[in-house]
Design a protein around this ligand. Sequence first.
Ligand code: TXA
Ligand code: MG
Length: 319
Amino acid sequence: MIPDITKAVTLLQSGGLVAFPTETVYGLGADASNASAVRKIFQAKERPYDHPLIVHLARLEQVHEWAQTISPQALKLAERFWPGPLTLILKKQPHVLDTVTGNQETIGLRIPRHPVAHALLQAFGKGVAAPSANRFTHISPTTAAAVYEELGNKVDVILDGGACEVGLESTIVDMSREQPVILRPGMITAQAIADALHIPAILSEPGERTIRAPGMHHLHYAPTTKTVLMATQAILPFLAALTPDEFPIALLTYSDLSVPRSAAIHQVKMPSKAAAYAHDLYHTLRLLDNQRVKRIIIEAVPLEMEWGAVRDRLGKASR
Ligand code: TXA
Ligand code: MG
């Protein structure tokens, strides 16, 4: 076992906070069965207590410790996508702490596939409650340095597993209802869920999303710099109409749109493929946010399903 994992396990056992890499984003973990440890997560993030946490596990057999049942349909998703960037919402076992579930009757479970996350969860042997390791409403961290920038010494240890492969948070599917409902889109698409289940998965309606549903808080996943989303053809006219005091600006494009070269426009060319774009997005927004531009303009991305998770996060970043 690598030494940091041993240290991290000891910290979890004594009620400490451990930041660790997953393939989606970095998580801020605590022993999910220790109420005072779980409360520290909320304090470190400055997150309201009614926002439920995802419990991370190493193995499928552990699901029964947390969920009353796993339906045949939910099991299909688990077997198809775990370990991986999927969170399942299931009916909770009675012993599950209210601090973890935000007083709901359901629990979010995920088996991540990042080798460091897996090693940690396997060595700890119990469930680890972990939201993304950022301050409330900020962008999720996709590197260990970003975790430090967000939480500094509020974390007892940060395990460094490099840059996260997926770069956006997991797809959350509520399997506790009659029909599968996608509460948060991710890189596992609604189509991939439907293909695995042989029935359609519905996307939760904005009206139905409460504060407890993922990322519904105003300005969730948002840079602090004013961020606007813009159709490709609107960008050049918009830039032309800005007054000198409205620069410098940053411009995030994925198409081959080219803008006049200027020191006042920091153009970042993003990948034109959805997975690569997702991988880079939070890291790029974080860098730009630190550059003190007046505005971040983001070119709206394609409407295809594979871009769904990116579109969702861009919408939230720019609201
Ligand atoms: O990729 C991810 O999911 C990352 C990594 C660390 O696993 N985690 C993550 O956690 O994004 P967090 O807390 O930032 O977002 C999880 C979302 C929350 O917005 C919460 O509302 C939702 O999951 N959630 C958790 N349990 C739930 C439940 N029982 N019912 C509905 N939503 C739930
Ligand atoms: Mg989060």
